[in-house]
Design a protein around this ligand. Structure first.
Ligand SMILES: NC(=O)c1ccc[n+]([C@@H]2O[C@H](COP(=O)([O-])OP(=O)(O)OC[C@H]3O[C@@H](n4cnc5c(N)ncnc54)[C@H](O)[C@@H]3O)[C@@H](O)[C@H]2O)c1
Length: 318
């Protein structure tokens, strides 16, 4: 039964937040998963976190796939040996720190150990695929899969091939992510920041300027997203929003293009997040969310994201 999914191995290199999340996602799809980390104690920590997460998901109706908690958990094992993690894997997901030299050195090791035909994916947030993979023997099998955090409740994954990536790698990777319940989108050519972060940074930049120019408080700027734009964006993007806000995009353009262009021209040049504005924004946030309560606030956030995911599952009958 060599073609059974549970006989096909995925290797996870780096067992931090993204590493253990990907391990759970691929196990939920039915694959055998081996997690490796340079620090053995972090593999044990990741396995304990996975236990907690699976139980939480099961209790709250959020478990992915068709397998039980126990079946998913049995598919995931840790190892302190990189070769054991990658040599039999058909898919390898690298999840080490965002550092070009570190990623290059880890990929050189994976490249020497993996089998021909394996797909080697990196979770890089902004390092473009050709920079990481240019010296690899298997560079035609390399791809970046940039997840969104937290991957279970924000399932988008940007898939970014290098110019030399085999087209089949893009197809298989996309299929695997869909099997795991993620939502892959293709970045068709390499670009600094990919797409998610380019849009995110455009938003942060404008929020920064509006605060600095005294237009709005930090709390109210955040409300513009959470109580306004973000309400729609949880279900549809800005392009469909525009399409629905008028009778199609041509009508939207006829009505609003001059205004949009005029406002866009006033955006000004990029600014660095530093200096007195940084201090003021931080202080306004800290007055509302004290620094010693960040973990509670993260739990508050994750509970809401999980509830939104459940609502979406129910609406889409998943
Ligand atoms: N956290 C996020 O929000 C997020 C979102 C999308 C993408 N990413 C990207 O995912 C990657 C991992 O991020 P993370 O948040 O999981 O980081 P993390 O700090 O939680 O985990 C990184 C792990 O890599 C391990 N590591 C370091 N060197 C290693 C080596 N040589 N071999 C094996 N393991 C090694 C560390 O011990 C650590 O466990 C980064 O490229 C990051 O940019 C992160």
């Amino acid at each position: 039964m060599a073609d059974r999914k549970s006989d096909q191995q995925v290797g996870i290199v780096g067992s931090g937040l993204i590493g253990h999340s990907f391990a759970m996602l691929y196990a939920a799809a039915g694959y055998k998963v081996r997690i490796y980390d340079i620090k053995p104690e972090l593999v044990d920590k990741a396995l304990a976190t996975i236990d907690d997460q699976l139980n939480y998901q099961s209790k709250n109706g959020l478990l992915r796939g068709k397998l039980s908690v126990q079946e998913q958990r049995t598919l995931i094992t840790g190892t302190n040996d990189l070769a054991e993690c990658v040599k039999d894997a058909f898919f390898i997901q690298e999840c080490v720190y965002e550092d070009l030299e570190l990623k290059r050195s880890v990929h050189a090791k994976i490249d020497a150990l993996c089998k021909d035909g394996a797909i080697i994916a990196s979770s890089a947030s902004a390092l473009i695929p050709s920079l990481i993979s240019q010296n690899l023997k298997h560079k035609n099998r390399f791809i970046v899969c940039h997840p969104t955090n937290p991957p279970f409740y924000a399932p988008l994954v940007e898939v970014i091939p290098a110019p030399w990536t085999d087209p089949e790698v893009v197809v298989t990777t996309t299929h695997l992510l869909e099997e795991a319940g993620q939502v892959p989108v293709l970045v068709k050519k390499e670009i600094d920041g990919f797409v998610l972060n380019r849009i995110q940074y455009a938003i942060i930049g404008e929020c920064w300027r509006l605060y600095e120019e005294g237009v709005m408080s930090v709390e109210d700027i955040d409300k513009v997203m959470s109580e306004g734009l973000g309400r729609r964006y949880a279900f549809m993007g800005p392009l469909e929003t525009a399409y629905l806000n008028a009778d199609g995009l041509h009508t939207y353009g006829d009505r609003y293009r001059e205004m949009i262009y005029r406002v866009q021209c006033s955006f000004g040049s990029p600014q660095k997040m530093e200096g007195p504005t940084l201090d003021k924004i931080h202080d306004e946030l800290a007055a509302r969310i004290p620094m010693d309560q960040l973990n509670e606030r993260r739990k508050w956030r994750d509970l809401r994201l999980a509830s939104l995911q459940k609502l979406k599952n129910d609406l889409d009958k998943k």
